[in-house]
Design a protein around this ligand. Structure first.
Ligand SMILES: Nc1ncnc2c1ncn2[C@@H]1O[C@H](COP(=O)(O)OP(=O)(O)OP(=O)(O)O)[C@@H](O)[C@H]1O
Length: 301
């Protein structure tokens, strides 16, 4: 469990994070979103003891990171994948980390395999690694101590689409086995695909937080489709639900999926599709909460 309570961090007159509170439960992936300079990295750095809070607390399993007896066995951290000695090979970097953590050498091979760097890539010097390979090595380092918690700042940075898909599976599997994941990312679609919980930060303050379904439910209405579009539209109107034309033959109802399903069922109308409308839900949410259309364009570029 990660718990951030009333966290404030100032650098001189600059307020990086202001009264931020949220928690991340075991078995979930929490997506931490915000425009550039919003305070994501500062929050994560404070959580893992790299910055001192001005006030408030950030704890893992009820303790400050620095108080954890062998922090690397409890928390896997990836904050800057570039922060590695360029002359070492991937295997050497992991072997050193394994010695520091006190885990067996066999674990090095396990994690190399898990992140897709087993074989020749493990023997390459880090100076010759691509950004995506460095991210994979960073994840391997984070996983080395078999932690229950992962704190990852932009882990998808530099990964190709296949790599992003792979990482999504890795994080999902980690959480499904009871792990806790806090993940910051600029890749909104990526976060939407993997996160259960969302925390949106803007200007150092929490702009929204909650389950992904809760937060996205209010953004785009409900898309419905059926064999008789006119009948479907009338059933919704009779129930007092506003309707607009959706893509192809679909309709977009101005209500949550449960209310739409109930109205349609009460009218005895057949449906072939019912789901939250719009794949752009998270983009819309992000834009409306942070007022940052420009950053959204950047991150989608
Ligand atoms: N060491 C520091 N000294 C002074 N100001 C800092 C320091 N670290 C961060 N800040 C400021 O705090 C604010 C939050 O920065 P932070 O890096 O946490 O944002 P972020 O959400 O991680 O941004 P990005 O997505 O660009 O990485 C910014 O205004 C930044 O300039």
């Amino acid at each position: 469990m990660i718990t951030i309570e009333h966290l404030t961090k100032r650098y001189g007159a600059q307020v990086a994070v202001s009264d931020v509170s949220f928690s991340c439960a075991p078995g979930t992936v929490t997506g931490f979103l915000g425009p550039n300079g919003a305070g994501k990295s500062t929050t994560m750095r404070t959580l893992v003891g790299l910055a001192e809070p001005t006030s408030g607390t950030a704890t893992i399993a009820g303790r400050h990171y620095r108080e954890l007896p062998n922090a690397g066995r409890e928390v896997g951290v990836l904050l800057d994948a570039g922060a590695q000695h360029a002359g070492r090979t991937g295997r050497e970097a992991l072997t050193l980390a394994a010695m520091v953590l006190g885990v067996g050498r066999d674990r090095v091979d396990e994690v190399l395999d898990r992140v897709g760097l087993a074989g020749r890539p493990a023997g390459k010097r880090l100076g010759n690694y691509s950004l995506g390979m460095r991210q994979r090595l960073g994840l391997a380092t984070a996983l080395l101590g078999d932690p229950q918690v992962l704190v990852l700042d932009e882990p998808a940075n530099g990964l190709d689409p296949e790599g992003i898909f792979w990482m999504r599976g890795l994080l999902r599997g980690f959480a499904d086995r009871g792990g806790t994941v806090l993940l910051s990312s600029h890749l909104l679609h990526e976060v939407e695909a993997v996160a259960d919980q969302l925390v949106v930060i803007s200007g150092g303050r929490i702009a929204a937080q909650g389950s992904k379904s809760e937060l996205l439910a209010g953004t785009g209405g409900t898309l419905v489709r059926g064999p008789d579009r006119a009948l479907l539209g009338r059933a919704l109107e009779v129930a007092g639900i506003g309707v607009t034309a959706g893509p192809d033959d679909a309709l977009v109802a101005d209500a949550e999926p449960l209310a739409v399903g109930q109205a349609v069922a009460a009218a005895g109308v057949v449906l072939t599709e019912l789901r939250p409308a719009g794949g752009a839900g998270l983009e819309d949410l992000f834009r409306s909460l942070t007022g940052s259309g420009q950053q959204v364009q950047e991150v989608l570029a």
